[in-house]
Design a binder for this molecule. Structure first.
Ligand code: RNT
Ligand code: ZN
Length: 421
């Protein structure tokens, strides 16, 4: 579609929205400031670059065999650059400790420091990106038992405590250097495949370990701690130590961030509905936007009811400054750059749509008890021309339209990805 057509359609859409009391220019101004955290692990199927022989996956798994995955950090950055060039706005990237660059030297995870992330940092500085971080408490011989911070053996726990403290220090450094706080999210796979007798002790040990991690002196202006719960994993079907209740309580007690992953709840539970409840008690939350199909399958995010209602809740509750939007999906059966672009653009589009909704009018309907008008208007906004506003935003941001970006990835696939043997 030509530039003039996009602009004309935008003008008409803007008028249409003005009729229902929505100031599109104001919305676009606010929308352009929102950063999404792009997870690096979509680019290499959650592999990392340690290349150790003893790998275990911690109950998460990318499936598929699409050619061209990144084999080292340079390739991963090159692929992320490509993806970011097809996504409007300035965003963040989300790293795991196992993406350290150690120049071929074996550095144990409890010895990692910011020096092992210098190239990531320089790249982020150059591109104006923020960085988020995660300790990697899986894919490691000391995680083979299925237990890390809640392990019965103090030596194993202490190793992972040291690793998490090292990661908090890295996060502090990255945050300060970039002048943008780093969200440091702890997720551990700990749990039992089959029925445990003692559900209590591992949770007591996990609490103790987390206390030890958080008591290390780290400037929380630059490193913001977050904890992520889970319902079950592959191999931890019967019991997960870090359950929702565990971490909700922990985050409330310690005033740290709670991470809500969309795949980590019972399938009919709404993560959207949790936001306004949780934010009464914790300062901020981190989202791991994901799409579970039948189970916590981490499919690429698309615009569906779950995503739309999540974004609506953040906007309608006026929570944008307290909700950090991160992505967490991994699909190795399609082009990995397409996965990033589809998922991130979908999140942005759902957010834009939510911001364009006539919230003042809808609230008024509700407050006056006029639920018929509320429902009628909710149905009306579904077909308002928000796609034309998205197209215009892409044009002004210098990125291709929805109908155009795929060609660029296909070119890149031919020229770059398929050359990786
Ligand atoms: C696992 C969690 C966790 C991971 C990443 C790699 O179920 O969702 O967030 O996906 O840390
Ligand atoms: Zn997650």
């Amino acid at each position: 579609m030509g530039k003039v057509n996009i602009e004309n359609m935008f003008e008409l859409a803007r008028e249409r929205y003005a009729e229902i009391g929505v100031d599109v220019d104001k919305v676009l101004g606010e929308f352009s400031k929102i950063a999404i955290s792009l997870h690096c692990w979509q680019g290499d199927d959650v592999g990392g670059f340690e290349h150790s022989e003893a790998q275990s996956s911690g109950g998460i798994q990318a499936t598929g065999n699409y050619p061209g995955k990144a084999r080292n950090a340079d390739e991963l950055r090159q692929d992320m650059d490509k993806a970011l060039s097809l996504i409007p706005g300035t965003h963040r990237i989300n790293l795991h400790a196992m993406y350290a660059e150690t120049d071929g030297k074996k550095i144990e995870r409890d010895e990692l420091s910011h020096e092992h992330f210098t190239r990531w940092l320089d790249w982020a500085k150059e591109k104006g990106l923020g960085i988020d971080f995660n300790p990697t408490c899986f894919s490691h011989p000391l995680a083979d038992s299925g237990f890390t911070l809640s392990h019965w053996d103090k030596k194993v726990r202490d190793f992972w405590i040291r690793h998490c403290i090292a990661c908090r220090k890295i996060g502090e450094y990255l945050g300060r250097e970039l002048n943008k706080p780093c969200i440091n999210n702890i997720w551990i796979p700990d749990g039992f495949k089959d029925l445990p007798i003692d559900r209590r002790s591992p949770r007591e040990r996990l609490k103790e370990s987390l206390d030890a991690i958080l008591s290390a002196p780290v400037d929380t202006r630059w490193n913001k701690d977050s904890v992520e719960s889970k319902l079950f994993g592959i191999g931890s079907e019967c019991y997960v130590v870090g359950s929702h209740e565990f971490y909700l309580g922990y985050a409330v007690e310690k005033k740290v961030l709670l991470c809500l992953d969309m795949g980590h709840f019972h399938p009919t539970e709404s993560v959207a509905d949790k936001i306004s409840a949780v934010l009464l008690y914790v300062p901020e939350i981190l989202l791991h936007i994901s799409r579970g199909v039948r189970w916590d399958s981490d499919h690429v995010v698309i615009i569906n009811d779950d995503l739309l209602s999540l974004m609506e809740e953040i906007v309608r509750g006026n929570f944008l400054s307290r909700v950090h939007i991160g992505l967490d999906f991994f699909d190795a059966s399609i082009n990995r750059i397409c996965a990033w672009v589809i998922g991130t653009r979908s999140v942005l589009k759902a957010l834009l749509k939510a911001m364009l909704d006539p919230i003042v009018k809808l609230k008024k309907n509700e407050e006056t008890g006029d639920y018929s008008s509320r429902l009628a208007l909710l149905e009306t906004v579904k077909t308002l021309p928000w796609g034309s506003i998205w197209d215009y935003y892409c044009l002004k941001s210098g990125v291709p339209l929805d109908t155009e970006w795929i060609d660029e990835v296909k070119n890149y696939e031919r020229k770059v990805l398929l050359q990786r043997k």
